[in-house]
Ligand binder design. Structure first.
Ligand SMILES: Nc1ncnc2c1ncn2[C@@H]1O[C@H](COP(=O)(O)OP(=O)(O)OP(=O)(O)O)[C@@H](O)[C@H]1O
Length: 302
């Protein structure tokens, strides 16, 4: 069953088209990472799923209903990019207050533990650090025990330990059957945790699949080595993309066919050293998918 379904969705703000013919379905129980460069339309899509705005055209269904309907909205938890937290309430009071709005909330202690907030439960929200505020926003999103959680850039501003705790909590919520869709600019986190990655650009879906599938679709490998070859020569190696070379002759490039490239390099019979070949990451795939120009346009000499 699909927990979220957007079909043929357009959203315009005056002359700006934020979403154009967006089709996206999220299966129940799945952890989906929505990726895309700034302005791709991720927050706009989430706002439609939250029922905060209506599409200009097309249909948005969450849990089989319209998210602008109160009954549906009560089953969705939201962690926006920036939350207006009640500054005078303590963390525990804020979580308790929000829990009181839901028919079957999590116990407050459980929501505090989930967001790793027990140590600051007595502190006023207004006195929290940036990362602690993000953790409180997460507790507020989860305390209603929602079936669907929509989370916009959760780990921005969190330190390494809070990030780990956040991903553990999200993984536990997924194991408990929740559907989770989140946006992030931390691709290595998405790569580790998400079942599925959806890459958006200019208001539409550009790629959609498991992190592994996207890596191999756009992927290949990163190759680096030191030689006397100059940028133009490096760019002529077969399949070379995103070529960079520094003043010491250390070259880095991406290729879909590392074997062919290495054969050509060896055939040139120039000395080279420091050879490294690593598998392309989700970040490489993302950069290759969302690059504004062709691969040649991205070559640089550092
Ligand atoms: N209320 C609004 N009025 C006018 N334009 C808007 C509004 N909301 C969003 N936009 C525009 O729609 C486009 C998509 O914005 P959106 O915030 O959805 O992108 P995003 O992918 O979430 O970006 P980011 O990664 O920077 O958060 C942008 O061009 C943005 O300027």
């Amino acid at each position: 069953m699909n927990a979220i379904e957007l079909s043929g969705v357009n959203k315009t703000f005056g002359r700006v088209t934020a979403l154009r013919d967006l089709n996206l379905s999220v299966r129940a129980g799945e952890l989906t990472a929505l990726l895309g460069p700034n302005g791709a339309g991720k927050t706009t899509a989430i706002n439609l799923m939250l029922g905060l705005a209506a599409p200009s055209a097309g249909q948005v269904r969450v849990l089989g209903g319209n998210p602008r309907d109160d009954v549906v909205r009560a089953r969705i938890g939201s962690m926006p990019q920036e939350s207006a937290l009640p500054p005078a309430l303590t963390v525990r009071e804020a979580v308790t207050l929000l829990a009181s709005f839901y028919p079957a909330p999590l116990p407050v202690a459980q929501a505090l533990a989930l967001a790793d907030l027990e140590g600051v439960a007595h502190r006023r929200s207004g006195a929290l650090s940036g990362g602690q505020k993000r953790r409180l926003a997460f507790a507020l999103a989860a305390v209603g025990n929602p079936e669907v959680l929509l989370i916009d850039e959760p780990t921005t501003g969190m330190d390494a330990q809070s990030r780990l705790a956040f991903w553990e909590a999200v993984t536990a919520l997924k194991a408990a059957g929740r559907t989770i869709l989140l946006t992030t600019h931390y691709l290595e986190e998405a790569e580790r945790a998400a079942d599925r990655v959806v890459v958006m650009n200019a208001g539409a879906v550009l790629a959609d699949g498991s992190p592994e599938a996207l890596r191999s679709q756009a992927g290949g490998a990163r190759v680096s080595f030191t030689s006397d070859l100059v940028l133009a020569e490096l760019r002529h190696l077969p399949g070379a993309e995103d070529v960079r070379v520094d003043a010491q002759g250390h070259a880095q490039l991406r290729t879909g066919a590392p074997e062919a490239l290495l054969r050509a390099l060896i055939a040139r019979d120039v000395p080279f050293s420091n050879l490294e070949v690593t598998r392309a990451s989700l970040e490489d795939a993302f950069l290759s998918l969302t690059a504004p120009a062709g691969p040649a346009g991205k070559d640089v000499t550092a």
